[in-house]
Ligand binder design. Structure first.
Ligand SMILES: *[C@@H]1O[C@H](CO)[C@@H](O)[C@H](O)[C@H]1NC(C)=O
Ligand SMILES: *[C@@H]1O[C@H](CO)[C@@H](O)[C@H](O)[C@H]1NC(C)=O
Length: 140
């Protein structure tokens, strides 16, 4: 029983370190050849955490948006450092980073933005871990 609680609290700790897509919001309309601001927020952890990198990709998903295994490969919009910062002018946002990305010209219709995140976290020793998030938007 005791080990169950230890495992549960470790899992909760790992969950609390996730990255979240704060912008765009689900259903937001974006211009297929315009610029798009993607805002990523990093939960603060009690333990140590070392950022590695983040990859942001986007693809039209049309009638298979709810079937990720049918999605065509995403076009990579950013692949590089992730350095979320606390902004004293916007404390409610926590630790976040904005990426202003030029879109190459997506077709009008539904599209999905996928974000893959690598970092090192954990307790006494850091473990390389990964998390992932998506948000669906509408290209106009
Ligand atoms: C974006 O696409 C629209 C419609 O095709 C076009 O009118 C506009 O000039 C394009 N803008 C850029 C920055 O390419
Ligand atoms: C901090 O937040 C303010 C208000 O939202 C914003 O104007 C400013 O650009 C932000 N600073 C950074 C470094 O993101």
């Amino acid at each position: 029983m005791k080990s169950f609680f230890v495992l549960a609290s470790l899992a909760a700790c790992a969950l609390a370190q996730r990255m979240h897509i704060q912008a765009p919001t689900p259903g937001q309309t974006v211009t297929g050849n315009g610029t798009l601001t993607v805002e990523l927020e990093q939960d603060q952890s009690l333990g140590p955490l070392r950022q590695t990198s983040v990859l942001i990709a986007m693809n039209n998903c049309f009638d298979v948006c709810d079937q990720p295994d049918q999605w065509s490969p995403g076009i990579i919009l950013y692949n590089g450092d992730f350095n979320p910062q606390f902004n004293a002018s916007a404390p409610q946002k926590g630790h976040y980073q904005d990426f202003v990305l030029q879109l190459p010209g997506f077709q009008p219709g539904p599209a999905v933005i996928q974000v893959a995140h690598q970092y090192a976290g954990g307790g006494a020793t850091l473990t390389n871990v990964f998390d992932y998030a998506t948000v669906q938007v509408t290209v106009q």
